[in-house]
Design a protein around this ligand. Structure first.
Ligand code: B12
Ligand code: SF4
Length: 457
């Protein structure tokens, strides 16, 4: 099967229609520049290849937001908001209104509707979207994505409005499900080689995806990660083996979007883009030499794993168009790092920071606040250490990671693990023997305060 080149028939001439929806979300904050519905673009390409007419309804782009009352789930956080200007400013619904969603659904009149369900925390919005579809159309509603994969049996017990839950990557589930929708014998699928698939960027309105005034897309060059950090759930979706696309295929995807959609920022959402140093180096060289891709910026906002890069990789990154460097330390405590299966060490991190500063990268290094086994003192030391390195510090509050090796070892109460809205950083939900909610919030606020002071310096 060759689905590398985009539509082999016009999107509009196929028979049955599928609407794929990125639903609204509700939270104290979001990251507008990373809400690109990339997983749906892969799903769209596969369904289209199976002969469906596909449309994407992205409820999050361009981003609308409306302040709403803090839900009862998070009432326990209210006292912490008083007199703390470094926490969040309110609770929001991000996305278009129910009326707008309904009118989009009715005007396309699909034969089936697929909804992406990536986040456990936002499943309520997925269910509401499914309910909306069912209130207007008698068509099958199916979901896929990370949450749909790790909690498929719980969802099927819970939900009245979702007919089918497709587990794993869409490349595995969508072909068989597509044949089933057309009246075929069963839902058994086959797995087309994902590396040969070009995600359907052409289905999106390019002007809805901007960083400042510049058009961007998100993309991936690899899937999977062999490192195996204890808190990481990548393997539940993409496995332990890392697979890269051909460099030419990645460059072609960039060129097409550069030419057709005036895209100048290419954001890589890979979990470990630079794991294969040889591939990464050759890819950067290909970007540098490319005659079309001029004046572009590359970002890897999901992070670069610092043990996999060195001075020469940084030099190539800079020449290829990287200006920001997002690195993840997690903790500076060597024993904890080892327990978590984290590679790397402080001397190497310091070397990378020194070299990146010389190249004038804007550097952010992330730490986790609230991991089991962490103490307040240890987190404080990591925070102080990172500010001493004179970088921006990214504080990630630990949240429940379903699908990770750690998840089943946490031994948390059923009350907590079955309360899905709490599966987010902003819930400050997981207290440990060493860390209370107050500790988590104070440490988080301290980092934000010190970052602000640093920016204003
Ligand atoms: C980009 C990203 C984001 C973006 C938003 C992306 C979006 N479109 O909305 C941002 C930065 C906003 C984000 C935020 C969060 N994220 Co995030 N994010 C990712 C990341 C790194 C990449 C997603 C991606 O593009 N992947 C590449 C595409 C190709 O893969 P995919 O999306 O999984 O799609 C495939 C399958 O899932 C499936 N599929 C997907 N949709 C559908 C739909 C249908 C119908 C079908 C059939 C199949 C299907 O097929 C696709 C192709 O194979 C993933 C990690 C990862 N490796 O995927 C985490 C991930 C999705 N995030 C996660 C989480 C938890 C969060 C947070 C809630 C964490 C927090 N801080 O609280 C926050 C929310 C914060 C906030 N308030 O905004 C978790 C979800 C786990 C879970 N069970 O909840 C993930 C898996 C990372 C992790 N920690 O394990 N995230
Ligand atoms: S946290 Fe990063 S390095 Fe660790 S397993 Fe996940 S993707 Fe790999």
């Amino acid at each position: 099967m060759d689905i590398t080149r985009g539509p082999d028939r016009p999107w509009s001439r196929s028979f049955m229609k599928i609407l794929l929806i990125q639903p609204p979300i509700e939270d104290f904050y979001t990251t507008p520049i990373r809400l690109y519905p990339l997983g749906l673009l892969y799903a769209a390409r596969v369904f289209h290849h199976e002969g469906f007419q596909v449309k994407i309804l992205d409820c999050l782009n361009p981003l609308k937001k409306r302040k709403i009352p803090i839900p009862a789930d998070f009432a326990y956080l209210k006292p912490f908001f008083q007199n703390n200007s470094y926490l969040f400013k309110g609770y929001y619904r991000f996305g278009i209104t129910e009326d707008e969603i309904t009118s989009e659904i009715l005007s396309f009149s699909p034969d089936a509707v697929g909804i992406s369900s990536l986040f456990t925390a936002y499943f309520r919005n997925v269910e509401e979207t499914a309910r909306l579809v069912k209130s207007r159309l008698n068509v099958p509603v199916f979901i896929g994505g990370h949450h749909a994969t790790v909690f498929s049996s719980e969802i099927s017990e819970k939900s009245r409005f979702i007919d089918h839950i497709l587990s794993g990557p869409a490349e595995g589930s969508a072909p068989g499900f597509g044949r089933y929708l057309k009246g075929g014998p069963d839902k058994e699928g086959f797995l087309p080689d994902w590396t040969s698939i070009a995600p359907a960027h052409d289905l999106l309105n390019g002007s809805h995806y901007r960083m400042g005034k510049t058009n961007y897309i998100s993309m991936i060059a690899s899937r999977g990660c062999p490192v195996g950090c204890d808190f990481c759930s990548v393997r539940a979706m993409f496995g332990k083996t890392i697979e890269y696309r051909e460099i030419d295929a990645v460059i072609n995807e960039m060129r097409l979007n550069y030419n057709d959609k005036n895209v100048r920022i290419f954001n890589f959402e890979d979990d470990n883009l630079s794991f294969d140093r040889k591939w990464f180096g050759e890819f950067l060289q290909a970007v540098i030499k490319d005659k079309i891709l001029k004046g572009i910026e590359l970002t890897a906002m999901n992070g670069i794993c610092y043990p996999t890069i060195d001075d020469s990789a940084l030099d190539l990154m800079k020449r290829a168009g990287f200006r920001r460097l997002n690195l993840s330390l997690v903790t500076k405590d060597r024993t904890l790092q080892k327990d978590l299966g984290r590679p790397g060490g402080l001397p190497h991190l310091e070397q990378i920071i020194r070299a990146a500063k010389k190249l004038r990268f804007l550097i952010t290094v992330y730490l986790i606040i609230g991991l089991p086994g962490q103490t307040r003192r240890e987190i404080q030391e990591t925070i102080d250490y990172l500010f001493d390195q004179d970088v921006l510090v990214g504080p990630s509050i630990f949240y429940l990671p379903p699908g990770s090796p750690m998840y089943n070892k946490l031994g948390l109460s059923k009350e907590l693990t079955t309360n899905w809205p709490l599966y987010r950083s902003s819930a400050f939900a997981v207290e440990t023997t060493h860390l209370t909610r107050s500790d988590l919030i104070e440490l988080f606020s301290e980092v934000r305060k010190r970052n602000l002071a640093k920016k204003n310096r």
